[in-house]
Design a protein around this ligand. Structure first.
Ligand code: ATP
Ligand code: MG
Length: 204
């Protein structure tokens, strides 16, 4: 089995995450790609409020529902505490015995190699997959076995999406309508201010 680990805060999950996951799965012929929801994104401490892990998991589950080969991962949430990729790879190795593991990161995450905790363990347990746009290759440090997947980068970020809730710009198509439903039901990002219709989500 070939298993991809695509970790993130997913606050909220968006089109860019999903397009990346399905394209990497296709190019590298992975059986599944696990969108692993960070329990406690320590790299974001002190910078902003993060939606609860349970709410972010519910959004990821809604986003991948019915999509072949995408799985919502809750190992980091079940483990609790700060999330470290090396621990998650160990957990995934236990869950998917004998699987070949791939750690998938977008270009912005790949640019922060220097700050990664336990990079050597990550390099030992998995093949790194850097997803970046055509023509701007990012080269990881030499200890990594790595692969590069070119994908068009859709200029969407969770940061911009959260701002859209504040200033009322449209979210349609950037966020799956199933995710918008979860946001609306749970009143995330101040969404209780908006009607379900205004968010573009279909009522379930
Ligand atoms: P934030 O703006 O809050 O940092 P984000 O949109 O960057 O959120 P994260 O949850 O931080 O999303 O990112 C998870 C993973 O998804 C990272 O590996 C990141 O590089 C990748 N990623 C984020 N946005 C995109 C995008 N538009 N296209 C491709 N990959 C992306
Ligand atoms: Mg980010």
């Amino acid at each position: 089995m070939r298993v991809g680990l695509f970790g993130g805060t997913f606050d909220p999950p968006h089109l860019g995450h999903l397009v990346t996951a399905v394209n990497v799965r296709h190019v590298l012929k992975l059986d599944i790609v696990v969108l692993m929801v960070a329990n406690d994104p320590w790299q974001k401490h002190g910078t902003r409020e993060v939606a609860s892990a349970v709410d972010r998991l519910a959004m990821v589950e809604a986003a991948i529902k019915g999509v072949d080969g995408l799985v919502a991962g809750d190992d980091e949430i079940s483990r609790g505490g700060p999330s470290f990729t090396a621990d998650t790879l160990i957990a995934m190795g236990n869950r998917y015995v004998d699987a070949e593991l791939f750690t998938i990161v977008g270009d912005d995450a790949a640019a922060t190699f220097g700050t990664w905790q336990r990079a050597r363990e990550i390099a030992k347990l998995s093949t790194l997959v850097v997803v970046d746009r055509p023509g701007s290759p990012l080269v990881p440090p030499s200890e990594f076995k790595w692969n590069r997947v070119e994908a068009p980068r859709l200029e969407v970020s969770s940061t911009d999406l959260r701002q859209r809730f504040v200033d009322g710009r449209p979210l349609d198509y950037l966020v799956a309508s199933e995710v918008l439903s979860v946001i609306s039901e749970r009143g995330l990002y101040g969404a209780e201010k908006y009607s379900v219709e205004k968010l573009g989500a279909k009522k379930s």
